[in-house]
Ligand binder design. Sequence first.
Ligand SMILES: [Fe+2]
Ligand SMILES: [Fe+2]
Length: 287
Amino acid sequence: MTLQAGSEAHKALFCQDFIDTHQTFDPETLPWPELTDVELARLRGVPFWQEVYHTERRAGAIVDAFTPQITDPIVREAVRIQGIEEARHARLIKVMIDRYGIDAHEQPMEKFPADLETAFIDFGFGECLDAFLGFGAFKTARESSFLPEGMFEIFDTLMFEETRHIVFFINYMAWREKRRGLGGPRRAMKSARFYARAGKRLFGMVNRGQEANDGKDFAVTQANMFLDGFSFQRFVEDCVNENARRMGELNQQLMQPRLLPSMASLALQGLRVWELTRPHLRRREAA
Ligand SMILES: [Fe+2]
Ligand SMILES: [Fe+2]
């Protein structure tokens, strides 16, 4: 069955699927692993926990604030469930902070604009960008055994939910824009604008993380496990492949994020061509 984006059938599918795949669990009772001193130091040295904790709390607050404004009952129910999941992400991070003595605390929540839908859309594009990069980073961290596997299994649950969130969001946007009569090219331009904003925000976050830790903590906690032999090309490949793998776990009738994976694939083609032609160029220079 091919679904017309923006149709009632499309709406019913992406909302119902999201509602049906919601899982129940309590972050407190997850099988949190015992960490060795070295692992504990590594975990505590990650400079982003403060930002991650706040981002999840902020996500829950935005989604909860937006929910009552949605007039369509099934869309409202799906977004309400996303709010539950975001709040649970914040709780999960808090449980981890307390359990392992991580230096991160609750910070005051900023005021949201009166236009909560725009705040929700900004947040949604931000999630798409964070998740896409997160897929690659998660794989690198997991392969380097930075922390025990049990820890990655817990975070896998979180990543699965974020994958569902971005797929829901992409479908929500297509449905919303179609109803407003926006065609493909204008939708793509709008996405690019929102992604640019999300990129700016992420860049700010990385800078703040570095300032807060002065770059030192992360270095002493063997960030070189990630960075030794780090290849940008490999990282982008991991983002693209992990994105495809995680998307493959969801209902294939749903629309999936396309812009970032195709931009990244294009960049990879460029990098490969560069790698192939570089020796020839060098030879010509030497001649
Ligand atoms: Fe989240
Ligand atoms: Fe999310």
